[in-house]
Design a protein around this ligand. Structure first.
Ligand code: GRF
Length: 221
């Protein structure tokens, strides 16, 4: 890791498997970036342990401590600005950030979502895919805009839905691939190969017509 490597903040609310994948990616030398801050909105998020184990500065920022959403978002923004964060990764961060925050980090904030966006924004994505009789599901990474799970989609990984699958089995199969997807996608950021323009992703100076599709081995098609 070089001192000029991108400075990244990871926001979490739960398990933190994607945070752990990013930490491992940095420690193994495959991701040339620095995780300079982890923020959680829940003090019971088990992912906090990954930040502590890796000695990453950590902040607990809970809505109840602030009079309104604006004040809460401003508190996060202040910390990330002080930390000179280039890129924000929402890795299972289960709270909607307001328009001012999204504007401040426009083109510099990505979100992980367990569906093949634009399908199934919001919660219960596996159940909704199962109820719809879909033959496949997957995970997406997209630039964040003020809309829920909205914004240009950068990358995806797909898995088939087999007979007998339920939300738990889909989550167990997809989880490790989503971890791989976030590392593979962040590798492209670290090479400065990804940019956001209004409504679209630019990859290697070309507008992406459709999201980059990751093979299960972590390489892009
Ligand atoms: C992931 O499935 C992500 O897509 C969703 O929340 C989950 C977070 O998992 N937004 P983890 O906390 O990184 O293990």
């Amino acid at each position: 890791m070089k001192s000029e490597s991108p400075r990244v903040a990871v926001l979490i609310s739960g398990r933190g498997s994607n945070l752990k994948a990013l930490v491992d990616g940095v420690n193994s030398g495959c991701l040339d970036m620095q995780i300079v801050r982890v923020v959680s909105n829940r003090n019971d998020a088990t992912g906090i342990q990954h930040a502590k184990a890796a000695s990453i500065p950590f902040s607990l920022i809970v809505q109840q401590d602030y009079p309104d959403r604006e004040a809460h978002d401003a508190a996060i923004k202040k910390i990330l600005t002080r930390d000179r964060v280039h890129l924000v990764v929402l890795a299972g961060y289960m709270r909607i950030l307001g328009e001012n925050f999204c504007t401040a980090f426009a083109g510099r904030m990505i979100n992980l979502h367990p569906s093949l966006l634009p399908l199934y924004r919001g919660l219960d994505t596996y159940d909704r895919a199962l109820q719809a009789g879909d033959r496949e599901t997957g995970a997406s990474i997209h630039f964040v805009t003020a809309g829920l799970d909205d914004g240009p989609v950068i990358s995806q990984v797909r898995i088939p839905i087999d007979p007998g699958d339920d939300a738990k089995s889909l989550s167990q199969r997809l989880g490790p691939l989503e971890n791989r997807l976030v590392v593979a996608t962040m590798t492209l950021f670290c090479r400065f190969a990804l940019k956001c323009v209004p409504g679209a992703v630019v990859y290697n100076e070309h507008i992406l017509e459709k999201p980059l599709l990751m093979r299960h081995d972590g390489t892009f098609i």
